[in-house]
Design a protein around this ligand. Structure first.
Ligand code: TRP
Length: 331
């Protein structure tokens, strides 16, 4: 195993769905076999939008239970909750002082919120909290606090890693080699998992298939995936079909090839592939769903896992922040 560090944050802002699984959870579990992994629940990031205490704590446990149920081993991975690491906050301020404001003005999420206001003829900053503005600086702190080498993320987070790199560059060029330069790891092949309506699977479109939906709900979701109206005997296009776009990530290569052929030649009904997809998902997540249910019923255990993770993380974050402070002359 390499001693390079991989780190990623999971925002507790919705129940994890199979788009999250393919785009993030599965690659992250793979990377953890190869590198020293730091995976955390980014509750401070979620605080830019979540406004209900019960939702916040429930979603935090939901994310923790999901990752554990899917096989994350807390003895092998440092698995923690962001808000349990006070050094993250300290470093956020330090980094903010080296972050060009113009860079944050251009950050996608903030800029989109401003643009939306302008479009509606409102004050540009209407309803926008400063947390959203500083979001990229907080994320940079998450990353550099642990000398991260690789950050597995979705394409939507690429800009944040670029901002982090700019900040690292700014600090290192002034103070020497204080921070490690991180690199984004983006999996192109799982970038766009379509949701039920064919748009990117996303909580904000309400088109997700939750990983741990009960069987009957899972079946219903799969049956609702939008297809065109070609009949069973008609040839179909595997490139553009939403069912196939999900199916190909779960099925064995032989089956993918068989179904692809069936599409092109005709004779394969969408309902048949939907059934196969449902069976695959049930087979893949059925057992983990049981574990997930047990974990969600044992918050004391989840809390204990997260606190133990934080303890491990702080063994590194405490010395790191003191190194940074002393480089800056504020120790
Ligand atoms: N902003 C990320 C998202 O919304 C979550 C996140 C927070 C993160 N801190 C991070 C990801 C650090 C990678 C590294 O998905």
């Amino acid at each position: 195993m390499s001693n390079k560090i991989t780190l990623t944050g999971i925002k507790p802002s919705g129940t994890p769905h199979i788009g999250n699984y393919l785009g993030m959870i599965r690659p992250a579990l793979e990377l953890a076999k190869e590198y020293q992994a730091f995976y955390f629940i980014a509750d401070y990031h979620a605080l830019t939008t979540v406004r209900d205490p019960e939702t916040m704590s429930e979603l935090t446990y939901d994310v923790a239970a999901t990752w554990l149920a899917l096989g994350l081993d807390p003895d092998q991975v440092v698995f923690y909750r962001q808000s349990d690491i006070p050094e993250v906050m300290e470093l956020t301020w330090i980094l903010a002082c080296f972050t060009a404001k113009g860079l944050l003005n251009r950050a996608h999420a903030y800029k989109a919120a401003v643009d939306e206001n302008v479009e509606k003829g409102l004050n540009p900053d209407q309803g926008i909290n400063s947390g959203l503005f500083f979001y990229p600086a907080l994320m940079a702190a998450d990353i550099v606090l642990f000398d991260t080498d690789f950050v597995p993320v979705g394409l939507d987070q690429k800009q944040h890693i670029e901002i982090t790199r700019d900040i690292v560059q700014a600090i290192n060029s002034t103070y020497g080699d204080v921070l490690t330069m991180p690199e984004a790891v983006i999996r192109e092949e799982v970038m766009t998992i379509p949701g039920l309506d064919g748009r990117k699977m996303s909580k904000s479109y309400d088109n997700v298939i939750p990983i741990f939906a009960p069987s009957n709900q899972l079946r219903k979701s799969v049956m609702r995936i939008v297809t065109d109206s070609r009949r069973p005997e008609d040839p179909k296009d595997p490139e553009t079909d939403n069912v196939f776009a999900i199916y190909k990530h779960f099925a064995k290569p032989d089956d993918v090839a068989r179904v692809e052929k069936g599409y092109i030649e005709g004779g394969l009904a969408y309902s048949q592939i939907k059934n196969e997809l449902y069976e695959l998902l049930e087979g893949k997540f059925g057992e983990a769903r049981e574990r997930y249910g047990q974990l969600m019923g044992d918050k004391t255990y989840l809390e204990q896992v997260l606190l133990q993770g934080a303890e491990k993380a702080r063994k590194l974050s405490v010395p790191k922040i003191s190194k940074v402070r002393s480089a800056l002359g504020i120790d």
